[in-house]
Design a protein around this ligand. Structure first.
Ligand SMILES: NC(=O)C1=CN([C@@H]2O[C@H](COP(=O)(O)OP(=O)(O)OC[C@H]3O[C@@H](n4cnc5c(N)ncnc54)[C@H](OP(=O)(O)O)[C@@H]3O)[C@@H](O)[C@H]2O)C=CC1
Ligand SMILES: O=C(O)C(=O)[C@@H](O)[C@H](O)C(=O)CO
Length: 276
């Protein structure tokens, strides 16, 4: 029987599977193959973006897999040019078209782009789209606590903040803020792009103890904190490996040892400076 990931209930009531297939930096053809194999293995959440240029591939993989549309949670994101009420609508409409679906499960503002200072209007546009039923949930990505505060002061609660989060970037303070506000967290680059930390004894010892791989231990560390994770793999075997994390639990000591790998390394990109 196929194992499905459990879901998190978002603030607006949508159920979001805690394990998503990441699709950056694959092109349409690679994405279609990866999405097809992932869905056949039991994935029910796909992460894409306008910026990845592969939403058509996601739609193709979805149709090829034969998995009914309503069983799959589709997350996509839009770029800075769409940071306005009308822009969010236009972004949604073109993503729907490229994906070949009638509704998005989750639409995110990809980066805050504070230099143009229009992310509050972008979220205002998202709230209207949810109201109309074009999207089931809305959220943001790469937002810091001050960005979230501006959006919330304007009267909108993003349901998700998708952020870089791995054992070396535990994001403890932002996670605390998310929990306080009722914002779900999705971790991107959860494996550190097959980072060196996979060979750290804190992780390899837990992997040996549970008969799992280092990547499985790291993804388990994410979901055991109530965080969703979006590992990318183009390889069907590694896709299955990354989903096979729901039959064991890390001890408190193992969780703490992995969390201790965060010694304050900088993020790949500073959201005050970088964005598209
Ligand atoms: N919101 C945002 O701004 C951002 C969102 N993202 C999203 O997050 C997703 C994941 O992040 P990404 O940066 O790709 O990094 P990941 O941490 O997911 O690492 C992906 C890399 O790890 C390899 N890999 C996957 N599974 C395993 C495994 N079990 N063992 C060993 N190696 C493995 C993959 O290779 P292979 O494919 O060969 O298996 C690939 O090279 C992206 O695809 C995208 O959807 C990413 C960056 C920013
Ligand atoms: O992959 C994404 O979602 C991005 O936003 C990319 O810009 C990614 O963060 C990156 O690292 C590009 O250099």
């Amino acid at each position: 029987m196929t194992t499905l990931a459990p879901t998190l209930t978002l603030a607006g009531g949508a159920q979001m599977p805690v394990l998503a297939l990441g699709t950056w930096p694959m092109n349409d053809a690679e994405t279609a193959d990866a999405v097809d194999s992932a869905l056949r293995s039991g994935y029910r959440h796909i992460d894409t973006a306008e910026n990845y240029g592969n939403e058509r591939g996601v739609g193709e993989g979805l149709r090829r897999s034969g998995i009914p549309r309503e069983e799959v949670f589709l997350t996509t994101k839009f770029n800075r040019a769409h940071h306005s009420v009308d822009g969010a609508r236009a972004a949604c409409e073109v993503s729907l078209q490229r994906l070949g679906v009638e509704q998005l499960d989750l639409l995110l503002v990809h980066w805050p782009n504070p230099d143009q200072d229009r992310y509050v209007d972008a979220v205002r546009g998202l709230a209207a789209l949810r109201e109309e039923g074009l999207i089931r949930a809305f959220g943001v990505s790469n937002f810091t606590q001050p960005h979230l505060a501006r959006v919330i002061d304007a009267g909108f609660l993003p349901e998700v903040n998708q952020i870089q989060l791995d054992p070396e970037h535990g994001r403890a303070e932002l996670l605390r803020v998310h929990r306080e506000l009722g914002i779900a967290t999705t971790a991107y680059t959860p494996l550190g792009r097959a980072g060196a930390f996979l060979a750290d004894p804190a992780i390899t010892a837990a992997a040996a103890a549970h008969g799992k791989t280092a990547a499985q231990v790291v993804l388990r560390w994410h979901v055991q904190q109530g965080i969703a994770a979006a590992p990318k793999s183009a390889n069907p075997e590694r896709q299955r490996e990354n989903l096979d994390i729901f039959d064991f639990a890390l001890s408190d000591a193992e969780m703490a040892a992995i969390s201790a790998l965060d010694v304050g390394a900088p993020l790949h990109h500073d959201p005050e400076e970088f964005g598209h």
